[in-house]
Design a protein around this ligand. Structure first.
Ligand code: FAD
Length: 498
């Protein structure tokens, strides 16, 4: 993808910082709603989708709570709380609608360019976990968003769903799994590239790759002066923007801090890096066709639950296991070791210290993860693939996540594992922090940005918005009829199952 710095304009309606799925989705939505906007995107690397949105830097799970056990905690009364799972699935249905619109309007030639149906499974062992999974299934199975989920403790059934996981498994342990055919594997890198190609094909869009945003300052009148440095020894440049979206992934926090908006006050970041084992043996890859999510270890952050994932990247089947968490002070995979220390300020140091004090189990877990050997990693893998041989698997480094730390009146500070949209200065700036459920929910998250920053234009955008997201404004979990319509339409258009 080539950059297009030819435009001489230095004032834009919209500046998008970062070339990942979030900026790409926001750009595509804005272009659909208001085609005449001038938009400039600045990305610090030589291409788009090279950080977390890159296919091999994330697990590509279309997060819809069909398999992720951390979205359904067990309540003290013994019931399973499904409210978070419903919210995550509702959000994913918005993404499904937006992607369907792109396919229906011919903007994406085939859903297979970025999306594949892969069954989503939860898999547990031990009596307590089996009991939990049974309760989870009972709580979800009749819900319109989760209809179609099967549960089994029968080893023959489990072997049919996941032969590789059941092969040569030691007998004597109670096992259980759920299986849902509506699961997906998403190549967020391919989707990002396609969305940005679509923007490039339209007038008024400027793509500036290898350009790092160094600063942004209020320019009066709710406008922003954005300072940009061309990488590889290039010049510095200042542009004016009426609206700035900081979609810089892990790099969003430092820029948000530089903006000086009061809403950024007290926010800190805690980076967690990820590694995967990637299977290099095509025969092993061919014997698994599901995303199988397990239970998190004690102290593990929710996004570190182990999972064995079929991937489909550029038409090729792949197999991942992980993630193994790690600690790095970098905020981006291609970031600097100084990122974390530089983000510590007088306004957030108290919250960060409180989080360090209150999260000893997490600290211990991360230390264990960092210190583990290849043999330890293989041991974790063999919980899922008992026949795994180390010569069939290679360790790869995935993307970097920066978890949000916020001030808290009682505890001083709390560590959050979700995503957080921060907006300020009369809606002229927005930033996205955190990374879970992440790329799967880029469309609903960017709709939130629009609602908060372009509130006055929403009434006139409403009809166009409903062309791409017909259920906009409706909670699908509370409207079984619309839920069924949305699921059916998007299943057909995106060629999904279930
Ligand atoms: C290990 C791992 C597994 C994951 N698995 C999943 C999954 O299975 N499903 C899912 O939905 N999500 C998953 N995620 C989360 C998902 O990858 C992210 O939420 C999503 O990719 C974030 O997109 P983004 O556009 O915000 O950031 P990124 O894709 O990281 O893009 C940020 C962009 O900003 C640029 N940038 C940074 N600083 C600057 C600057 N100063 N100036 C200019 N440009 C800048 C970067 O170069 C990059 O182009 C996972 C993440 C990780 C790390």
């Amino acid at each position: 993808m080539t950059s297009n710095p030819s435009s001489s304009a230095s004032t834009y309606d919209v500046v998008l910082i970062g070339g990942g799925i979030m900026s790409a989705t926001l750009g595509a939505l804005l272009r659909q709603l208001e085609p005449n906007l001038s938009i400039a995107l600045f990305g610090r690397l030589d291409d788009v989708a090279l950080e977390s949105s890159n296919a091999w830097n994330n697990a590509g799970t279309g997060h819809s709570a069909l398999c992720e056990l951390n979205y359904t905690p067990l309540r003290p009364d013994g019931n399973v709380d499904i409210s978070k799972a419903v919210a995550v699935n509702e959000a994913f249905q918005i993404s499904r609608q937006f992607w369907s619109y792109l396919v229906e309007t011919g903007q994406i030639a085939s859903p297979r360019d970025f999306l594949n149906p892969i069954a989503h499974m939860s898999f547990v062992w031990g009596p307590e976990n089996v009991d939990f999974l049974r309760r989870r299934h009972a709580a979800l199975q009749d819900h319109p968003l989760f209809e179609g989920m099967s549960f089994s403790t029968d080893e023959a059934q489990l072997a049919q769903w996941m032969p590789l996981v059941m092969q040569d498994r030691a007998p004597g342990q109670p096992l259980a799994a759920t299986w849902h055919p509506a699961g997906t594997d998403v190549n967020f890198g391919a989707l990002t590239r396609r969305l940005i190609q679509l923007l490039q094909g339209k007038p008024g869009f400027e793509l500036n790759l290898a350009h790092e945003v160094e600063d942004l300052k209020p320019a009066g009148n709710n406008e922003w002066d954005v300072s940009v440095r061309a990488m590889h020894g290039g010049a510095e440049r200042k542009v004016r923007a009426k609206f700035v979206f900081i979609g810089a992934g892990g790099g969003a926090l430092p820029l948000l801090q530089k903006s000086g908006i009061p809403e950024a006050h007290g926010i800190g970041g805690f980076p967690v890096s990820g590694q995967f084992l990637r299977c290099t043996n095509p025969d092993v890859v061919a014997r698994h066709h599901a995303k199988v999510y397990g239970k998190a270890s004690v102290g593990a952050p929710p996004m570190s639950v182990p999972h064995l994932d079929t991937r489909v990247i550029d038409g090729q089947r792949g197999l991942l296991f992980g993630p193994y968490a790690g600690f790095s002070t970098k905020f981006l995979k291609s970031g600097s070791w100084l990122d974390l220390p530089r983000s510590i300020r007088m306004d957030n140091i108290g919250a960060m210290m409180a989080v360090a004090r209150d999260n000893m189990a997490l600290t211990k877990y991360l230390i264990q993860q960092v210190l583990q050997s290849n043999e330890d990693r293989m041991k974790a893998l063999r919980d899922f693939v008992p026949t795994a041989r180390k010569e069939d698997w290679e360790l790869i480094t995935a993307g970097q996540r920066v978890q949000v730390i916020k001030k808290d009146a009682t505890r001083g500070g709390v560590l959050q594992f979700g995503t957080e949209v921060v907006t300020g200065a009369g809606g002229s700036v927005a930033a996205l922090l955190g990374a879970s459920p992440g790329a799967s929910t880029a469309a609903p998250i960017m709709l939130t940005v629009l609602q908060r920053c372009f509130a006055s234009r929403m009434p006139q955008w409403d009809a166009r918005l409903r062309e791409s997201v017909p259920s906009f404004g409706t909670r699908l979990g509370q409207d079984a009829q619309m839920c069924a319509q949305v699921r059916e339409r998007t299943r057909k258009v995106l060629q999904l199952q279930g």
